[in-house]
Ligand binder design. Structure first.
Ligand code: NAD
Ligand code: UFG
Length: 341
């Protein structure tokens, strides 16, 4: 029988790519999203690309009753929980909203799942839970901490899931700690569509290359790194999506909480990324060096060995593909999903 997966936040950047790969892998997909940071157009395009149907509910996960009704309509094999707010700066300005949205939503979801005896759960965590790591590469047993309210929501949710798993041994939980997701589907039809000024490096660079913004501000060139700029582990969104598919395929073999880093294991600096993007897009990317961004760390990259061992997953797509695919999406859709609405 076809397994049905509930994808919360499925209209968003990582969620839409995951829905596509789930459908291609033969799963049935139901999406719950309040569209606060996304457009239904992403799912329409996934349907076009796969020639398959996605049942969509415009529901806010903080609304317990509406969420319960979704579970009245379906029996889910497992839940992949992407929904959440993710802007680090904004989380420091409106922390209560972040705690209510991210933690409140997750508690509602877990309660509804428990009531419906659905206990397989894949959660979008983040490398942000490693705080300022003492060394790189980072393994899953490094101490966890948080430096901002967004990061604390991820950390608290991880703790809540560990507590729930201790209380009820039937839960099968996978915590996926993403490093820096970038890239887009090869078709150029779905990709990252940030609202307003992008916070993250890759969408900012691609908006400069497409002429939407004047220049990139490079946040500091005096870090203790080879060229002085910040080093991160960029990972193609399709590789990330693939790890979610493998997680739901293998989740029955897991007990308790399984925590996995999703990264490539390679660090790339801001200036290396700018140069590589210029080469891949054949556009120039103007930049200026400015002060460090408060809260940023020098280096963050994964040891991804555990995901290979446990999930049989490793990142297959390199920097060239990440840039080529970002650029195809950005140049085909300079205004994101807007024009087709
Ligand atoms: P996104 O904003 O594109 O997707 C999140 C989706 O959740 C959006 O479609 C939004 O409308 C929806 N949503 C938010 N709050 C909701 C609520 N209360 N009820 C229903 N829907 C709600 O973000 P993304 O980049 O696809 O990230 C997905 C997940 O991965 C998030 O939990 C994020 O914190 C985590 N993550 C992202 C990154 C990254 O850099 N993109 C890194 C690490 C972890
Ligand atoms: N950077 C710039 N200029 C910009 C944006 C970023 O120089 O305009 C630099 C940053 O200083 C950093 C690197 O580019 O050195 C990457 O920055 P991002 O904002 O793209 O990513 P971060 O590593 O800061 O954070 C991201 C997500 C977090 C998540 C973390 C780990 O934004 O939510 O990855 O997964 F927690």
């Amino acid at each position: 029988m076809t397994k049905k997966i509930l994808v919360t936040g499925g209209a968003g950047y990582i969620g839409s790519h995951t829905c596509l790969l789930l459908l291609e892998a033969g799963f049935e997909v139901v999406v719950v999203d309040n569209l606060c940071n996304s457009s239904l157009e992403s799912l329409r395009r996934v349907e076009k690309l796969t020639n398959q149907f996605i049942r969509f509910y415009k529901v806010d996960l903080t609304d317990f009753d509406s969420l319960s009704k979704v579970f009245d309509d379906h029996t889910f094999h497992s839940v992949i929980h992407f929904a959440g707010l993710k802007a680090v700066g904004e989380s420091a300005e409106i922390p209560l909203h972040y705690y209510e949205q991210n933690i409140g939503s997750t508690i509602n979801l877990l309660k509804v799942m428990q009531a419906n005896n659905c206990k397989r759960f894949v959660f979008s965590s983040s490398a942000t839970v490693y705080g300022d790591p003492a060394s790189v590469p980072i393994t899953e047993d490094f101490p966890i901490s948080a430096t901002n309210p967004y990061g604390r929501t991820k950390l608290f949710i991880e703790e809540i899931l560990r507590d729930q798993s201790k209380a009820d041994k039937d839960w099968q939980i996978v915590l996926l700690r993403y490093f820096n997701p970038v890239g887009a589907h090869k078709s150029g039809m779905i990709g990252e569509d940030p609202q307003g000024i992008p916070n993250n490096l890759m969408p900012f660079i691609s908006q400069v290359a497409v002429g939407k913004r004047d220049k990139l501000s490079v946040f500091g060139d005096d870090y203790d790194t080879p060229d002085g700029t910040g080093v991160r582990d960029y990972i193609h969104v399709l590789d990330l999506a693939d790890a979610h598919v493998k997680s739901v395929q293998k989740i029955d073999q897991f007990r308790g909480v399984t925590t996995l880093n999703l990264g490539t294991g390679k660090g790339v600096s801001v200036l290396e990324m700018v140069k590589a993007f210029e080469k891949g897009s054949r556009k120039s990317v103007a930049y200026q060096i400015v002060d460090r961004r408060p809260g940023d760390i020098a280096e963050c990259w994964a040891d991804p060995a555990k995901a290979l061992e446990v999930l049989g997953w490793n990142a297959k797509l390199g920097l060239e593909a990440m840039i080529e695919d970002t650029w195809r999406w950005q140049s085909n859709n300079p205004l994101g999903y807007e024009p087709s609405e």
